[in-house]
Design a protein around this ligand. Structure first.
Ligand SMILES: [Mg+2]
Length: 509
């Protein structure tokens, strides 16, 4: 196999030699650099941009899915409740009740074509990934997708405009709450299609979206979580440890959440204890993000201990108080917390992070819980092997394409088939329908591109901070650009070698 790598770098490869040697059977473990699989650890913080923690003295947090991570059990409950609203309130056919929640049918970051009723994955270059388009619960064949989109997989910008993922015809599902929403859309579409019932997908989209909204607005989700905090809140001890650690290091902390105070208070008491507010210099609830970051109209209001709104003008944001609404411009004026001294953590790339990154220059940290299961897959020997072989095979095809003799052509076709199989395999191990949230076959996803644009660092949960010293500097790995040679020692093999301290870190968890 070492010979394979060396030989394939030669400018021309003798046909007979290739044919004899490159069956799948020569693709053995030697292709993978020793220890490569052990180097990935889901407790790692990944850097898109260099961040020196010693220069950060103010830490801001979103609440839901940032300080409080929720169990997947919530998704099925949101789905069931919204399904009942769809049938009882919006008068949809009762038979939709038969569609049970399907865990892991969808993944975050997918796009939904509102008029065509299609769920799909789009890459960083605005192309639909073939094989990831679903109508209802069934995949749409590639030929039909091409027909539906005017002979191309490309999705024009005007269909999907705006930083918040809401174009006139496409919606990108970005928060973790949208997993049950996508599943319900798929189920209801499936019901109408299977039964040959004429319906307008635009109405369905609007009604499902409102039904999901009702689960939140009517307070069901808050109620379920508050009734069984042990069941629904994950890793509370670790959140507690992170906050303790930051405060003991003299950092200032603040919270900006869209959730109501009573709900946040209950969860924080559960995770941190009744004195949780002592940790935070400023607490803002029902902030109405993303408008909080862009509109400068709504003033802050103070809530008293009973949660009642006060009428006085807010001239300072004080520790121990609770504020509602407000806006970032007043926040910056009253606190003076500007620029790169502030690191803000949130799970929603658009609502939490985009404006802060683009307009205000705070440092941003994205919470991406999917990193945990995805890193597990990437770390398996089988995946590493398939991916390395896929890359090697692609390199060979690139060289072989100039050979026009019939035998070369035949081999090329064989390899093409094998490459397709490998691509399907490396997609399906993440999610059989949509694959990884970070990659399409060979490109980063639309989600990935936004993640690298709007976050300085990203991690599976805030507890990853526990693995790093308060003065740690995150250095992004220098991945070669396409026109650059991979000159760095850590890039020479597969590009996944030598991430600082990972070997030591693998002992931590
Ligand atoms: Mg959140």
């Amino acid at each position: 196999a070492n010979g394979l790598v060396r030989r394939s770098r030669e400018p021309t490869v003798p046909m007979r030699w290739l044919h004899g040697c490159y069956g799948y059977q020569v693709c053995n473990s030697d292709l993978i650099p020793p220890g490569a699989c052990n180097l990935l650890n889901s407790s790692t913080i990944y850097a898109n941009n260099e961040v020196d923690l010693s220069t950060v003295d103010i830490y801001g947090f979103d609440y839901d899915y940032t300080l409080a991570l929720y169990s997947n059990a919530l998704n099925g409950m949101i789905y069931d409740k919204a399904k009942s609203f769809l049938i009882e309130h919006f008068k949809y056919p009762k038979e939709i009740h038969k569609y049970d929640y399907i865990p892991n049918f969808t993944v975050r970051g997918l796009h939904y074509d509102i008029q065509k009723g299609l769920l799909m994955k789009i890459d960083a270059f605005h192309y639909i990934q073939p094989g990831t388009v679903y109508r209802g619960l069934s995949p749409v064949p590639d030929e039909e997708v091409l027909e539906l989109f005017g002979g191309t997989y490309h999705v024009p910008l005007e269909l999907d405009s705006g930083f918040y993922g809401k174009g006139p015809k496409l919606k990108q599902f970005m928060d973790i709450f949208s997993i049950p929403e996508m599943t319900l859309l798929a189920a209801a579409n499936d019901f109408f299609i299977r039964n040959g019932i004429d319906y307008d997908p635009v109405h369905l989209f609007k009604d499902v979206s409102e039904a999901i909204g009702m689960v939140h607005l009517k307070g069901f989700m808050y109620k379920w979580i508050m009734e069984d905090l042990d069941k629904f809140i994950l890793r509370g001890d670790e959140t507690d440890a992170v906050l303790h650690r930051l405060v003991s290091q003299g950092k200032k902390l603040f919270l900006i959440t869209n959730s109501p105070f009573s709900f946040v208070d209950k969860g924080m008491r559960h995770m941190v204890g009744k004195d949780w507010r002592d940790f935070f210099d400023v607490v803002i609830v029902q902030a109405d993000k993303p408008h909080f970051f862009t509109d400068c109209i709504k003033p802050f209001r103070r809530l008293d201990g009973n949660g009642d709104l006060q009428w006085e003008k807010i001239t300072s944001l004080d520790k121990g108080q609770i504020y509602k609404q407000g806006n970032l411009f007043d926040f910056l004026r009253l606190t003076g917390w500007r620029g790169s001294r502030v690191l803000y953590f949130g799970d929603h790339l658009y609502s939490d992070l985009a404006d802060l990154m683009l307009r205000h220059g705070w440092r941003t940290a994205a919470i991406v819980p999917e990193l945990e299961p995805e890193t597990k897959v990437v770390s398996t020997h089988r995946y590493a092997l398939s991916l390395t072989w896929l890359q090697a095979l692609t390199g060979l095809m690139e060289r072989l394409q100039t050979h026009r003799d019939p035998e070369s052509k035949r081999v090329f076709e064989e390899w093409q088939k094998e490459r397709e199989e490998l691509r399907a395999m490396t997609k399906n191990v993440f999610n059989p329908q949509f694959g990884s949230i970070f990659r399409t076959c060979h490109n980063p996803t639309y989600f990935s591109r936004r993640l690298s644009r709007f976050s300085d660092v990203y991690m599976a949960s805030v507890s990853c901070l526990l693995n790093y010293d308060p003065s740690y500097t995150f250095y992004p790995r220098r991945t070669p650009l396409q026109h650059e040679a991979p000159l760095w020692m850590d890039q020479l093999c597969t590009g996944c070698m030598k991430t600082p301290h990972l070997e030591e870190m693998s002992q931590i968890r």
